[in-house]
Design a protein around this ligand. Structure first.
Ligand code: TRP
Length: 331
């Protein structure tokens, strides 16, 4: 069976856009591939998180992925720092990565611009660590967004370079795994763009938001002054409200408001109230499961222990072979 690897950045809480996007994709992939999903906590050290924050965000993201249906019985779900073999492979790969090519990476250049006072070597070698993450399980496929295309290309280069240097096709060259356009686009509440695209408070509805928080955000969503002629084309903010409604409300509710829009009798306030209620109902069971995991540290510990065991079995087999190929051999 083909092997899939993907990393989860432990930043912030999941919003509905993530739920219908990357997370739904993981849930699908775990049925079709041998998946290794890990929380990328080594990577997150490039921004020097406070130890308590690091622990807290890892815990939150773990609880949320579990609550969304990423199932440790169907995939290997682990924490990157629980598999130190990754760090060893990273060391080996660093000897093959050229400073020049790392400096040319778009994400590195972006970091140099955005955080000039913390251009650490970990940022420079971020793509090398990401390569280690992927090839440590000799993965074939990596489900990542467009923003990671260049990183994945670098991973292929490093894997290929290793193979060439040591004269064996040991690592498969990892390919991007697209979603074939199956992912629904989830707009934000601020009138334009995808949920989570802008940082604005109130743009995103988080899975862990309370009913009251959801209501407050939805009621403040951008709309327009309302249709005045029948079949008037919809503005983007209103299209977005309908798109969100299609995700969480029954079809009858959607057609009711579509009808009202066409008849120019729609009251956005009513529509938003309905949308907020349906969103809150949609997220309620997820919210409950998040709370369940967050209140059950011993369960989280068991899950990570099991993930660690499975991930290390795969990782240590790879690293043993890598050591042998490099020439670290027994006398
Ligand atoms: N770089 C990825 C991101 O920013 C996270 C990540 C780290 C990753 N290691 C990975 C993704 C390995 C896929 C495979 O989202």
């Amino acid at each position: 069976m083909e092997i899939v690897v993907s990393g989860i950045r432990p930043t912030g809480r999941l919003h509905l856009g993530n739920y219908f996007g990357a997370v739904a994709n993981f849930v699908r992939l775990q049925e079709q591939y041998r998946c290794y999903f890990f929380i990328a906590d080594y990577h997150s050290l490039t921004t020097h998180p406070h130890p308590a924050d690091l622990h807290g965000t890892v815990r939150q993201v773990l609880a949320e992925y579990l609550a969304c249906g990423v199932d440790p019985k169907r995939c290997v779900l682990y924490r990157q720092s629980d598999v130190p073999e990754t760090a060893e492979l990273y060391l080996f790969l660093n000897m093959l990565a050229y400073v020049g090519e790392l400096e040319r990476s778009a994400s590195f250049k972006e970091k140099v611009r955005s955080q000039p006072d913390n251009v650490n070597a970990g940022l420079l070698t971020y793509p090398v660590l990401m390569t280690a993450d992927i090839i440590i399980h000799r993965a074939h496929k990596v489900p990542v967004g467009k923003d990671q295309t260049q990183h994945l290309e670098m991973a292929r280069n490093f894997a290929e370079r290793f193979n060439r240097l040591y004269g064996e096709d040991f690592f498969p060259l990892p390919q991007a795994l697209g979603t074939g356009g199956t992912l629904v686009k989830v707009p934000g509440l601020d009138g334009s763009g995808k949920m989570g695209k802008s940082e604005g408070e109130g743009n995103a509805v988080f899975l862990s938001d309370t009913e009251e928080e959801i209501r407050r955000k939805v009621m403040r969503a951008v709309t327009d002054s309302g249709p005045t002629t029948p079949n008037q084309p919809m503005s983007e903010p209103v299209q977005n409200l309908f798109a969100l409604m299609k995700l969480v409300s029954p079809p009858e509710t959607v057609s009711h408001y579509e009808e009202a829009y066409r008849a120019c009798t729609i009251r956005y306030g009513d529509m938003k109230k309905q949308l907020a209620a349906d969103m809150a109902a949609f997220t309620a069971p997820i919210r409950e499961r998040i709370a369940y995991y967050l209140n059950n540290d011993s369960l989280l510990r068991d899950i990570l222990e099991q993930g660690q065991e499975q991930a290390r079995a795969s990782a240590s087999a790879t690293v043993a072979e890598v050591r042998r190929l490099i020439g670290f051999r027994k006398f």
